[in-house]
Design a binder for this molecule. Sequence first.
Ligand SMILES: *[C@@H]1O[C@H](CO)[C@@H](O)[C@H](O)[C@H]1NC(C)=O
Ligand SMILES: *[C@@H]1O[C@H](CO)[C@@H](O)[C@H](O)[C@H]1NC(C)=O
Ligand SMILES: *[C@@H]1O[C@H](CO)[C@@H](O)[C@H](O)[C@H]1NC(C)=O
Ligand SMILES: *[C@@H]1O[C@H](CO)[C@@H](O)[C@H](O)[C@H]1NC(C)=O
Ligand SMILES: *[C@@H]1O[C@H](CO)[C@@H](O)[C@H](O)[C@H]1NC(C)=O
Ligand SMILES: *[C@@H]1O[C@H](CO)[C@@H](O)[C@H](O)[C@H]1NC(C)=O
Length: 522
Amino acid sequence: MSRFRMKCFGLLLLVLLLVCSNFDGCEGRTGKHWKQKKSPSSSMVRKKGKGKNGSGHSHNAGGHSHSGGGGGGAHHLSPPPSPKTGHQSPPPSPKTGGHLSPPPSPSPSPSPSPSPKTGCPPASKATMFDVLDYGAKGDGVTDDTKAFEDAWAAACKVAGSIMVVPAEYEFLVGPISFSGPYCQPNIVFQLDGMIIAPTNAKYWGSGLLWWIEFTKLRGITIRGSGTIEGRGSVWWTNTESDINPDVSFETDIDSDVDPALRFYGSSNVTVTGITIQNSQQCHLKFDNCEAVQVYNMTIASPGNSLNTDGIHLQNSRDVMIHHTNLSCGDDCVSIQTGCSNVNIHSVTCGPGHGISIGGLGRDSSKACVSNITVRDVNMHNTMTGVRIKTWQGGSGSVQSVKFSNIRVTEVQTPIVIDQFYCDRSTCKNQTSAVALSGIAYENIKGTYTVKPVHFACSDTSPCSDITLNEIALEPLQEHYHMYEPFCWQTYGELYTPTTPPIVCLQNGKPASNRILSDRDLC
Ligand SMILES: *[C@@H]1O[C@H](CO)[C@@H](O)[C@H](O)[C@H]1NC(C)=O
Ligand SMILES: *[C@@H]1O[C@H](CO)[C@@H](O)[C@H](O)[C@H]1NC(C)=O
Ligand SMILES: *[C@@H]1O[C@H](CO)[C@@H](O)[C@H](O)[C@H]1NC(C)=O
Ligand SMILES: *[C@@H]1O[C@H](CO)[C@@H](O)[C@H](O)[C@H]1NC(C)=O
Ligand SMILES: *[C@@H]1O[C@H](CO)[C@@H](O)[C@H](O)[C@H]1NC(C)=O
Ligand SMILES: *[C@@H]1O[C@H](CO)[C@@H](O)[C@H](O)[C@H]1NC(C)=O
């Protein structure tokens, strides 16, 4: 089926070329070429491209005929609301299979030409916008940013359109924003090829907050079997974290993160199928989004890649993350302030720092997080398992959190609440804190390497309604000195006996719950 499609695309491209060759827009623009060595993978792409020879009219041939498309570097692409642009879009017709059909009339038509003469199924009502048709080379060396911007500008105007990044090509794309708000709803970004980041520092302006951004869209889906490759190793320092479990988790850097792929201010967002790897910092971030689905995808970076969160959620609600494998150098999933109704299940985490809520309340800020469930998770070789971390001095609350069916193997500290979170060597002691209540731990089993449970709650705002059910955590190597379970100002209930026994949990409610001020209400 997909090969079939491929053929169709190949032929379509050839036809488009004939059309295109009549237009200045398709040729003769000299691209800005990137001064960098060919990466080994780019030659691999070319080899693969050659092998892809289905109909005798491969994409590769098409790619070579496109000579434009360089000169990227434009940021914040905001397509105008009017459907007119300077760039003439090639007719985005779903096309035919096996045999060369006569080229269509050379004038580009703004509407999809519905001519499924031969074998190819029509691409439903959706309209395809292939980056190769907009001058992308996909050789891993040429800057294809402009081509991506142009393809997007066209796709943006058509509801339910599909922007295609074809397989077996490697597209070098600089910082780019695929932005609404004037785009039509329900656009699909079909990523089957690879998008690679520039490694040249000049492309990364200071204060840039993302590499690839989708913003202010209603209905945006990224799908396919492709890869977003951040080539982030130059961003990581080689300092291996070494954890002193007795103190806070100091080596866990908690600064703002610049994601490889960022969604902002969008609703009905889906990310599926793809791989995001070797990100500069965070891999995938959702900020101010609602109705988010992430599933059947992979995030992969080495465990020593500093500051590389897997998925970062902020001010977002109704988020589902499932059937996803996460390995990275920081939190596999990080849930920040303003998140509610987040449901994470059937994921793996490791290496990484675990699944975390927080750090919340930094710089005396107010944080509100509620209704979070994390279940059916496998964690291997992570720093923590499930964790809530807050800074001293914050306000607001974390409520209704459930962690269940978590398997841990070789996890340093599987269960953590840390209300003294601090990424420096010391932080000022302060009285106010983000209030934690209604945190349930259920069926958490496996092996730890440092400490099974660490609950460090605020003196002025003790944790309440912490419940533990079916907890069984064994030290990986019994002969090593291990830490006992630790609790401080932690109130709640053990529903079942635990392994090891957690005798430090205080029964019932904290005696003096501080009066919540307006500042604390969420
Ligand atoms: C591609 O197909 C053409 C025509 O069928 C053939 O001559 C050529 O050897 C093929 N190339 C590869 C790399 O398979
Ligand atoms: C998401 O899409 C569905 C169906 O297309 C629609 O009913 C719903 O209102 C959308 N939700 C948001 C938050 O945009
Ligand atoms: C998961 O994604 C891959 C592409 O990476 C795709 O081939 C596969 O069909 C997807 N599986 C499901 C169950 O959606
Ligand atoms: C995640 O890893 C498991 C085990 O290796 C594998 O079976 C599964 O297909 C992977 N999921 C994805 C989305 O790649
Ligand atoms: C909490 O989340 C669940 C599903 O994750 C949802 O069914 C429920 O309505 C949410 N509760 C509130 C108060 O939003
Ligand atoms: C903060 O409080 C803790 C516990 O009461 C105490 O051990 C520590 O010295 C204090 N730190 C500072 C910087 O005051």
